[in-house]
Write a protein that binds this ligand. Structure first.
Ligand SMILES: Cc1ncc(COP(=O)(O)O)c(C=O)c1O
Length: 443
């Protein structure tokens, strides 16, 4: 254990023993209610026997073949199931092992599309500040989390450009959602024009944001507008559904809330529900056709792309979600959770409570009569630590939810199997944690 290079050297990590449904148990016997699903991963809950058995069965048959040599029934069936769930027009899936690989692959497929179309000069990628797309060099450059980017900026290409996020609680233009004309979306059109539409390949967004800003939901008019701008300038509309995909927001994908069909969609996390490491890029038919009718080959692959073991596990996860109607359950429990969380508004440090499905966020401020962020104290970290000690797992935000630099929010993203009593327990504990942290911080 001492040979493990942990990301926080001083921290004492409890050793997990096993998981069962909503709960994790460590080797001292302590029980934890996993209200974070790991990190928005374990959508079906821990210890599902059907999935474990299917993985064992596949491992007994064949667990690895190189995807460049063989296909497998497991790989074909998983791809078929994913396309069945994806928006109309999405046609094929490239499989890989996680979210960062998925988003790297997405960028490469976007670039290859324009090369196939004879538009080699289209290479720039536009994304948004306060978003997260992964931790490899390419995806860090794509993402908009300054604190995670700054050490590595020296390696970033100058082809990745960023615009303001859409955050109606903290509108970058100080406008009101009801009356605004989405200046933050107009920024996309401006940057495309400045750079020259003939140089821009793709716009990449988290449709509903994850951990960086904790569940910010753009209004439908924003999504409609950015999609139209992409179409107008022949720019691919690409979504990062690594956290939101496969039911987390109460529908199959976050784009389904907007009835939007993207060109490329990156997925991971809930696809394998933590039972297998897996990710993928879901590709629109127009891109598949361009590659098929062009070079006929994707200039991209990974050793573990589409390995049978991961595919078998993920397919069983998706079947389980369907059989147990877990996406419907996520929608229902998400509404209930959001409603019950409103009680926290009575605390002056609670600025915003938001989210959809079981991707929920609580943003902390100095005093909710205004929206001034807390800058001298990591409030969410203290709240999350308190809850953890009492046996409930939540996720504290990376500082920056307000403007990219400051701002503090926590994320709640339990497995879809959560029950009402568990929600009540978590809300009551959160109240206690907020109260105690307020006392401690003298806010
Ligand atoms: C929206 C989003 N994209 C990409 C990633 C990167 O995924 P991974 O950590 O599996 O590489 C994450 C991970 O949290 C994410 O939330």
């Amino acid at each position: 254990m001492e040979n493990v290079l942990y990301s926080v050297m001083e921290k004492e990590y409890p050793e997990v023993d096993y998981g069962d449904g909503m709960y994790l148990y460590d080797t001292t016997g302590k029980k934890y209610l996993d209200c974070a699903a790991g990190i928005a991963v374990v959508n079906i809950g821990h210890g599902v026997k059907e999935v474990a058995e299917r993985i064992a069965e596949q491992a007994g048959k064949v667990s690895f073949v190189y995807g460049g040599t063989f296909t497998s029934k497991a790989r074909r069936e998983l791809a078929e199931k994913i396309i069945e769930m994806a928006p109309e027009g999405m046609d094929k899936v490239f499989l890989c092992s996680g979210g960062s690989e998925a988003m790297e692959s997405l960028l490469k497929i976007a670039r290859q599309y324009y090369i196939e179309k004879g538009k080699k000069e289209k290479y720039k990628i536009i994304s948004r500040w306060q978003s997260y797309h992964g931790n490899t060099m390419g995806t860090l450059a794509l993402g908009g989390r300054p604190s995670w980017r700054e050490k590595y900026e020296v390696y970033f290409p100058n082809s990745m450009l960023h615009i303001s996020p859409c955050n109606c609680y903290r509108c970058p233009y100080n406008l009101q959602e009801e009356s605004c004309d989405c200046q933050c979306a107009c920024e996309l059109e401006r940057i495309i024009k400045y750079e020259g539409p003939e140089t821009v390949a793709a716009f990449v967004i988290e449709p509903i944001t994850g951990t960086t800003s904790a569940a910010i939901i753009p209004p439908a008019k924003y999504m409609k507008k950015v999609k139209e701008i992409c179409e107008k300038y022949d720019v691919l509309f690409c979504v990062d559904e690594v956290i939101t995909g496969f039911g987390r927001t109460g529908l199959n994908f976050a784009v389904d809330h907007y009835q939007i069909v993207p060109d490329l969609m990156g997925v991971a996390k809930g696809l394998g529900s933590g039972y297998v490491p897996i990710g993928g890029v879901i590709v629109h038919k127009k891109i598949v056709d361009a590659i098929t009718n062009g070079s006929g080959a994707l200039t991209h692959s990974f050793t573990f792309s589409g390995n049978p073991l991961a595919c078998a596990g993920a397919k069983e996860v998706l079947d389980y979600i369907e059989k147990k109607q877990l996406i419907e359950k996520c929608r229902k429990m998400g509404n209930l959770f959001l409603e019950k969380l409103q009680i926290l508004k009575k605390y002056p440090v609670v600025g915003d409570i938001r989210g959809i499905g079981l991707l929920l966020g609580v943003e902390f401020v100095r005093n909710n009569k205004g929206k001034e962020p807390i800058t001298n104290f990591n409030f969410s970290e203290k709240v999350v630590k308190y809850c953890f000690e009492k046996g409930v797992i939540l996720t504290s935000g990376v500082s920056g939810s307000a403007d990219g630099i400051v701002g503090d929010a926590l994320q709640i993203a339990p497995p879809f199997i959560i029950e009402e009593e568990e929600i009540d327990f978590v809300v009551a504990l959160l109240e206690e944690a907020i109260y105690k942290t307020m006392e401690q911080s003298e806010i």
